[in-house]
Design a binder for this molecule. Structure first.
Ligand SMILES: O=C(O)c1cc(=O)[nH]c(=O)n1[C@@H]1O[C@H](COP(=O)(O)O)[C@@H](O)[C@H]1O
Length: 275
């Protein structure tokens, strides 16, 4: 499975099952709504229902690590099983861990999330470039070696991101644009290894014309973005935009059928809207 390049696996999965990336975000309020206990046991059932609903229907699933980490080692054990079951079933997994640190420490995070022997080994991981894009070098190299992907935050979906990400760097570009440009250079060597995270909630103001690679676009549903917004915001680069929705789909649970229907309806709406 993982001997094929990340680029080939991603592109094949998207052409077979569409661009939608569904999040597994077991918020306490969702556990309650699904009548599950706020415990690792509750998490386990939540994740199992999601797996049953999404496998075979969507190309990519993105577990939000924070909601598992909240339950300590028992939560991590559930996450390990969830990632492993999804990947064995042929669903690509982006671990939403948003790690960021100095290069050597980052490399330890990369070992956890993308080293094949790691219990948390995923197809891709989200990372923060705000300790400097080059702090991610070892992580990107590790991803290349193991045919995995790295999604780098550029312009996030939340309103608070603007002050930092739209600040003007010394060369006149915005900070977010400098992240995009660094990804452009990196992907000239290994297409698709460095993905970007660009929120679907507002016009990003980025020049993406030279960028070749996947763009994870969270913000659909609960954060207010619509498929029409996606089509507009990403009008010049729709091919590998991977729209993410978590609560917008999860609100349909706990019925597996209702979850699956919500995911497939959104998947089809996205494919029609971005055609
Ligand atoms: O990296 C992400 O996935 C991410 C980046 C971003 O800019 N905004 C954003 O909401 N996310 C994540 O995407 C998910 C969005 O969840 P919903 O708002 O429930 O659809 C959460 O897990 C967020 O942590």
């Amino acid at each position: 499975m993982s001997h094929r390049s990340w680029s080939d696996r991603l592109r094949a999965a998207v052409s077979a099952r569409g661009r939608l990336c569904v999040g597994i975000d077991p918020h306490p309020a969702l556990l309650e709504a699904w009548e599950l206990p706020r415990s690792a046991d509750g998490l386990e059932v939540f994740a199992e229902l999601c797996v049953e609903a999404f496998v075979g229907e969507v190309a990519i699933v993105k577990p939000q690590v924070a909601f598992f980490e909240a339950y300590g080692s028992a939560g991590y054990a559930v996450l390990e099983r969830t990632v492993s079951v999804l990947r064995h079933a042929g669903t690509l997994v982006i671990a939403d861990a948003k790690r960021g640190d100095i290069g050597t420490t980052m490399d330890a995070y990369a070992q956890a999330w993308i080293e094949p022997e790691s219990p948390l080994s995923s197809d891709a991981v989200t990372v923060s470039p705000y300790l400097g894009f080059d702090s991610l070098n070892e992580t990107v190299e590790r991803a290349v070696r193991h045919h995995r992907g790295v999604f780098v935050l550029a312009r996030t979906s939340n309103a608070e991101g603007a002050t930092l990400q739209q600040a003007t760097a010394s060369d006149g570009r915005s900070v977010a644009q400098s992240i995009v440009d660094a990804a452009v250079v990196r992907n000239r060597v290994d297409r698709d290894t460095v993905g970007l995270v660009v929120g679907a909630t507002r016009d990003h103001g980025l020049d993406l014309s030279d960028y070749v690679g996947p763009i994870l676009a969270p913000g659909l549903g609960a954060q207010g973005a619509t498929v029409a917004d996606l089509a507009d915001i990403f009008r010049d680069c729709r091919e590998l935009v991977l729209p993410n929705s978590s609560r917008g789909v999860l609100a349909a649970g706990p019925s597996v059928t209702a979850l699956r229907d919500a995911a497939t309806r959104l998947r089809d709406e996205i494919e029609a809207g971005l055609a």
